[in-house]
Write a protein that binds this ligand. Structure first.
Ligand code: C2E
Ligand code: CA
Ligand code: CA
Length: 767
């Protein structure tokens, strides 16, 4: 019962935080209920005695209402309180209106004066003030000394009415309301006490927190969820070089924290090693700081532990350096600091996987033979120094970027890349050999430097660096055995290739002087099989080398820079021939001559052609130039310019070997060509490969669109001819019609040709 009346917080659910309100309400209602019971019972007994039963009804009614109030108070505090206020007004007005003796009845108004305080307790100030104002009404009525109204025929006046009213007043004002107020004041006292206790605890716990935060032995930051620093302990401040109130360093730090936090804050408990991998922060004074740990507080803040990792970092750096050094040592020779065999192998591997077939690459090895003499006479130490000095000299003499390695004890190898001809490589090796000193001074002694050299050329089929190294060793061995002198020899296959290439190079120059070159002419025929034009092809009969095909000597001449000599010769020969035939037969077919890619980019190309035509007095329309598709792409802008010039002068232009280059068919329209020669490789596939047939068809239809004539080269049989005719090819060339013919054979053909006036063979020239 006591607990029910004076209930404390623990008796209530958390939602009902104002326990004291309910308690006060219950106190008023209950004390009213009990204390005033005596008055009620007494008055009821009296009323019963005098037969004033209406009093019983009124008393009963109020008891019922009070019971209801009590009943509702625990569930609906406000309902209970409203019932209480209503009861006070109702009982007041009941006293005022139902007791006919106004002297007694007017005391009823006094109850009303308690309503503002009750309203304040349970509903708040607004209602309380409203009631204060409302209560002016009974106050005025009291001043006027008038009853509010009387209910005729309904009087509850009893003989002891005055006593009852006064008793009720006494009990209500002197007991019920004070008790409720006590309860409230008690609550206030309790709250104040609790508040004081809590703040004392708070002070202690804050002090403890500060103590822990400041003396945690680690640099700590307290940040909000975004990484903004709320607090930093002394260690953190001194680690970060930050003053206690924060400074602009915080901005950078904030950026770093929020960067890392975005990763970390999502998973504060992520694995330790993961955390350590996070980037370090560099403070103004150069220290490196790492985030060591981060933990989330219950208030959504983060405690960030920082660590100075500058020491660790420099250790890591040193370790890195030593690893790099180790790696370097594992790939370099300790004595000479040159790359070792392993590194040479990986370098060669790289070269072999990107080989350019138009260039020549070689592995050259030098063996320092005189080392044995130095070792025997002055000891191994001196020998070592000689080796080192030799390595230095070799590196100095070699072209820059030349990869030089110590292959094994006294053998050094270097790679000559991207030479144009084998001859160039030999020249380079000879220059190196001649530039190397004959003697080196070691410890005051002049030591002889004698070595042999071996060359191994990279072959197109080479894939294994070890094969190349082995061949260079074989060459070296042969060189050493053949003589004690420093000689350069080769692996036999390479030797042959190099010798031949050098011989061809030298042979071309001599051969041009000695008239070893001559032209042959291969006719191109039209759809009726009549000769439409000729192609001039070069032949070389060398007294030393025998028959050398253009396929072999033209690329060598191109790489050795000799092609211009050849082209001058061809241009002259062809012009001369045209003049001869014009004089002899009155007319001459158009003659096509082949220009190589390097020709077409020559600045003096136009001059050469013009002067040659001029010398023999030949109209440009008798000459056609065949330029390979690859030649066109190599120097596109200059080529287009030169071809444009030639076309303006009236020369014919054909694109040779069409389809073998990588240019798109659409590029054809950029070149001012009148005809396109379909490459022999496609023609050879006719009847065997549908793809090639499709390509031929595509070339022909494109050429038609561009008004280019089409010439199929390398036609060798009737199947090829009929296919090509069927799809609309204009001209044909190949062994099926004519092989390349010597001038004499060609002249027989020309002489046999029908009357020249109608000769269809010559229509090409006029087209
Ligand atoms: P190309 O311009 O494609 O010349 C056609 C080549 O195909 C010629 O070889 C010719 O003899 C050969 N040929 C013609 N009909 C047939 C056939 O039905 N079947 C086969 N299998 N081959 C046939 P050649 O004379 O050995 O010339 C080879 C290449 O050398 C020429 O290819 C051309 O690129 C170049 N060349 C020849 N003469 C000269 C020249 O005077 N100057 C320049 N720069 N290059 C030339
Ligand atoms: Ca050709
Ligand atoms: Ca061709």
């Amino acid at each position: 019962m006591f607990r029910w009346l004076f209930l404390n917080e623990s008796a209530l659910t958390p939602a009902e935080h104002a326990a004291w309100k309910l308690s006060a309400l219950r106190i008023i209602l209950m004390s009213g209920f009990l204390l005033e019971a005596a008055v009620a019972i007494h008055s009821s007994v009296n009323a019963f005695a005098v037969g004033a039963y209406q009093v019983l009804w009124v008393v009963g009614f109020f008891y019922l209402v009070l019971s209801l109030g009590l009943y509702y108070s625990s569930r609906h505090l406000r309902a209970g309180a409203a019932i209480l206020i209503g009861t006070v007004y109702a009982s007041s007005f009941a006293i005022v209106c139902l007791i006919n003796q106004y002297d007694i009845a007017k005391f009823g108004y006094i109850f009303i004066y308690t309503t503002p305080i009750i309203a304040r307790l349970f509903f708040g100030t607004r209602l309380a003030i409203g009631l204060m104002v409302f209560n002016i009404l009974p106050f005025l009525l009291l001043l006027l000394n008038r009853p509010l109204l009387t209910v005729p025929g309904f009087d509850v006046t009893l003989p002891a009415s005055n006593t009852y009213v006064q008793s009720l007043l006494f009990l209500f004002f002197n007991t019920c309301v004070p008790l409720a107020v006590f309860r409230v004041l008690h609550e206030l006292d309790l709250s104040a006490l609790r508040y004081r206790q809590a703040s004392a605890e708070l002070v202690v716990s804050h002090a403890q927190y500060e103590e822990v935060f400041q003396n945690a032995g680690t640099a700590l930051l307290l940040t909000d969820a975004s990484g903004q620093i709320l607090q930093a302990n002394q260690q953190a401040n001194s680690l970060l070089g930050r003053n206690a109130s924060g400074d602009e360093e915080d901005l950078a730090l904030f950026a770093w924290l929020s960067l890392d936090n975005s990763v970390r804050l999502k998973s504060p408990n992520s694995d330790e090693s993961e955390n350590m991998r996070m980037s370090a922060y560099r403070t103004r004074d150069g220290k490196l700081v790492a985030l060591e740990n981060i933990s989330q507080t219950s208030t959504d803040h983060y405690i960030v532990a920082l660590r100075d990792v500058s020491g660790l970092h420099s250790m890591h750096h040193a370790l890195q350096l030593s690893l790099e050094r180790e790696d370097y040592l594992s790939r370099h020779d300790a004595l000479t600091n040159l790359p070792n065999r392993d590194m040479l192998r990986s370098h060669l591997q790289e070269i072999l996987s990107n080989i350019d077939e138009n260039k020549v690459t070689a592995l050259v090895s030098f063996r320092l033979n005189s080392i044995r003499h130095a070792n025997q006479q002055f000891g191994a130490h001196t020998g070592d120094i000689l080796l080192r000095r030799f390595a230095e000299e070799l590196s100095r003499v070699l072209p820059k970027n030349c990869f030089c390695a110590r292959l094994r004890s006294i053998v050094f190898s270097f790679v000559v890349e991207q030479s144009r001809t084998p001859g160039e490589i030999i020249k380079l090796v000879e220059r190196v050999r001649n530039t190397l000193p004959r003697e080196l001074e070691v410890n005051g002694e002049n030591l002889l430097v004698q070595f042999s050299a071996g060359i191994a050329l990279v072959r197109p089929e080479d894939t294994e660096p070890d094969d190349l190294i082995r061949r260079s060793e074989v060459a070296l061995d042969t060189a050493r055995r053949s003589s004690d002198q420093s000689v350069t020899l080769f692996d036999e296959d390479d030797a042959q290739q190099i010798r031949r290439s050098v011989e061809i190079e030298v042979g071309i120059v001599n051969g041009l002087k000695q008239n070893e070159f001559r032209m042959v002419y291969q006719p191109k025929v039209d759809r009726d099989g009549n000769i439409a034009s000729l192609e001039a092809l070069l032949r070389w009969e060398s007294p030393n080398l025998g028959n050398v095909t253009p396929a072999e000597f033209i690329p060598i001449a191109e790489r050795a820079g000799l092609i211009r000599l050849i082209s001058n010769f061809v241009m002259n020969q062809v012009s001369y021939q045209i003049r001869q035939w014009l004089d002899r037969y009155g007319d001459c077919p158009v003659i096509a001559l082949n220009l190589s890619a390097t020709d077409i980019a020559r600045n003096d190309l136009l001059h050469l052609i013009d002067s040659s035509c001029h010398r023999y007095d030949i109209a440009p329309s008798y000459i056609e130039f065949e330029i390979t598709e690859t030649g066109l792409i190599a120097n596109e802008a200059l080529t287009i310019h030169h071809l444009g010039e030639l076309k303006t002068r009236g020369f014919n232009i054909a694109i040779d070997d069409f389809g073998t280059g990588y240019s798109s068919l659409s590029k054809l329209s950029h070149f001012p060509a009148q005809s396109v020669k379909i490459d022999r490789s496609f023609v050879a596939q006719i009847g065997h490969n549908q793809k090639s047939e499709m390509i031929i068809k595509a070339i022909i239809s494109l050429a038609n669109i561009l008004s280019c004539r089409t010439v199929a080269e390398g036609v060798e049989n009737v199947e090829q001819e009929s296919f090509l005719k069927e799809i609309g090819c204009d001209y044909f060339q190949g062994y099926y019609y004519y092989r390349p013919l010597e001038v004499s054979a060609m002249e027989l053909l020309l002489a046999e040709m029908p009357a020249r006036e109608q000769a269809p063979a010559f229509q090409f020239k006029l087209a």
